[in-house]
Ligand binder design. Sequence first.
Ligand code: ABN
Ligand code: CU
Length: 713
Amino acid sequence: MERLQQIASQTTSSAAPPALPAHPLDPLSPQEIQAVSNVVKAQYSGKSIIFNTVTLREPVKKAYYDWKEHNGPLPPRLAYFVVIEEGVTAVQEGVVDIPAGALIELRKTDSVQPILTPADLQLTEDIIRADPAVIDQCVQSGVPREDMHKIYCDAWTIGYDERWGASRRLQQALIYWRSDEDDSNYSHPLDFCPIVDMNAGKVIYIDIPNRRRKVSKHKHSNFHPIHIKDKFSTAENPSGFRDDDTPINITQPEGVSFAMDGHVMNWSNFKFHIGFNYREGIVLSDITYNDHGNVRPIFHRISLSEMIVPYGCPEFPHQRKHALDIGEYGAGNCTNPLSLGCDCKGVIHYMDAHFPDKEGAPTTVKNAVCIHEEDDGLLFKHSDFRDDFQTTVATRGKKLIISQIFTAANYEYCLYWILRQDGTIKLEVRLTGILNTYICDEDESTGVWGTQVYPQVNAHNHQHLFSLRIHPRIDGDNNSAATSDAKSSPHPLGSPENMYGNGFYCEKTTFKTVKDSITNFESATARTWDIFNPNSINKYSGKPASYKLVSTFCSPLLAKEGSLVSKRAPWASSHTQVVPYKDEGNGYGRLYPSGDHVCQWSGDGMRGMRKWVGDGSDKVENTDILFFHTFGITHFPAPEDFPVMPTEIFDLMLRPRNFFIENPCLDVKPSFARTTKEVKAGAQGTDTCSLKVDKTSRLAFSNTSAAGSCCKK
Ligand code: ABN
Ligand code: CU
C-alpha cells in the first residue's frame, strides 16, 4: 500500500518572483522552473538531490472558470515537483507557490518510483559497460572484452519484478551489440538482461536464459542513406534511392489563417489553449466553437493520459516488457525537437518545451510542438446532373494540425491533433521507428510469439494501447455519455412493424453509473459513443447536443485478467470508462489512470482507474464527467517493419452531432460555385480555384497555364 506522509513546510525564497504568464494554463517558463528549483534546493539544503520533475500544477477546473468566465481572481500559479534524494527510496514530491516563492506541500510516497528521465536512461549504459559480470556475459555471447564500447542498452523501467518490488529504483537493460557506430543495434540483440539499481549506480543482478545464444554475426540491416547506397546502389543509380522523387510543397502565399495569442489558438471558429507537459505532451484545453456569435464550450481538456505496450512472449523475463510509456517515461520528456521542412512542412508555428535538468536548471527542447495548416480535400460538394453538373458547389477545407513526436527508445510516436472546419477533432497516431528485438539462434523457431524479421532477429508480438482522457464541457459542465449502436429492427420480416425486413435504427444506451460505462467496441453494431449535454436540445432533431467518438482501432487487451499487465493498466481492459470529475489526489483531478506514479507499481491496491471505478455505483449522468477511451493496435511484426517501420497509422475522431442546426461550414468560401440561374445566364459565379488565385495548381503533363481548369466553364 502507498504510504503518504504529509510534511508541513513553508520554505520561502527572497528572490524576486518570475513574471506571471499570459494565461494560467501556460507551461512553466524557464525562469519559473529556475525559481521553483531554488525554493526546493533551499528546502533540501545540505542534502544531495536530483531533480526529476518540475511542471505546472494546473488550476482546478472551478478556479479556472471562475477566473475565465466569472471575473474571479487569477488562479494560484503553482508548480509540482519530484526530487530524488540520495539514500531515500520514496518519491519525494511537493508543490511550490511560484509568486510567493514558497514551498506549500511536501510528501513522501512509498511503493512506487519516480518517472524515468532521458538522463536516467543514458546513465544506465555507462553503468552496464563498466560492470565485470556484464562484461563476462558479453564475452560469453561472443563480444570481445575490449569491445564494451560497442555494447548499448535500451534502459527500460523494470515494470514490476516481485524479487525487488519498489524497494529500489530499478531498470532492466535490454542489451545490444553495435557492430559499428552507425549500426542501429536492433539487428544484434544479446540474450541476457542486467538489472540496474539507479540510485546505487550498479548492476544488482543479471537475468540469464537457460538457452544461451551467441550474438549474431550477420551484417546489420540499416536505413541511413549510406546503408541504402550499400543495399541498392547500381551503376545507373549510384545513390540507391528511387529516382521518381520530385518535391511536394505546401505553400500559403498569404500566410496562415490561424492567430495565436501566446498559447491560445484562434482558428476557423475554434478557440483553445495549447499546453504541454513532461508527461502527457500536448494538452488541449478550454476548447470552444464560435457558432455564429454564440461561443459554445466543447471540451475542457483533452490529452493522452497513458499508454501501454505489452509484449506477448510468455517466457521469462519478457513478461516485464510492458512499457507504460506516458507514465513511466513521459510523452513530454521524450519529445523530439522538430525540424522545418522535414518533420513539419508548410508554414509552421513552433512552441518550445522546457524541463529541469538534474540540478533543476531549465533546459529547452526547441520546436517541440508544431502547429500548421494543410489542405483537407473537399469539405463539401454537390453538382446537379440536370445541366451536366454545371450547377455546382465545391468547397475545399483546410485542417489545423498540432503535433509532436516522441521517441520511446526504439519506437517513434507521432501524434497529430487535427481540427476540421466542420467542428471535428481528430487524433492521428503514426507509429514508426524500430521494432524491439530479441535474439534467436540460426536453428531456433520464434514459435507463435514473434516473427523473424531479419536473420537471427526475433520481434515479439505486442500491442500499442492508449488511454485518451476527455473532459467534456459540451454546452456546459453537466454532460452524459452513451453507446450508439446500429441495430436492425427487433421485429421479424413480415411483421406489421417490419413488413419488408429492412428496418434499422440507432440504439442509444446512456450510462447512468460508472459500471454502465465499462464498454467495448462492437464491430457488429458499428458502435460509436456519444458524449452529450442532455440539457441542450437541438431545435430541429430534438436530440441532445453531442460529440460522437468514432474510433475503430480498438484492439482488446490480450494479456489475461489478473496478469501483471492488466493489473498495472486497469484502464486497458475495456474501451471506455466514464467517471465523475473530482478535484482530488495529486492536484488536478483524476489525470492518470495507472496512478500518479507508475514505475514499479505492482498493480495491486486501489489507484488510478481501479480506484475511480470503485464499486461502479458512482453516478455519471448529467454531471461533470471524465470520459476515458482505450484505443490502439495489435502488432504482429513482419519483415516489412525492419530495419525501420513505415509509419503505421491509426486514428479516431470526435464529431459534432445534433450540436449545430445545419452544416457548420456553409460559410467557408467555395472554390467554385454556380447556381442554375448563373449557368443559364453564362455568369461566372464564385471562382477561387482558378490560377488567378491558385498560382501553383497546373496540369501535370503540360507547361501551359491551366487557369480555370478545375471548373467547367
Ligand atoms: N518503450 C520503453 C522505453 C521508452 C522510453 C525510453 C526507454 C524505454
Ligand atoms: Cu509495434
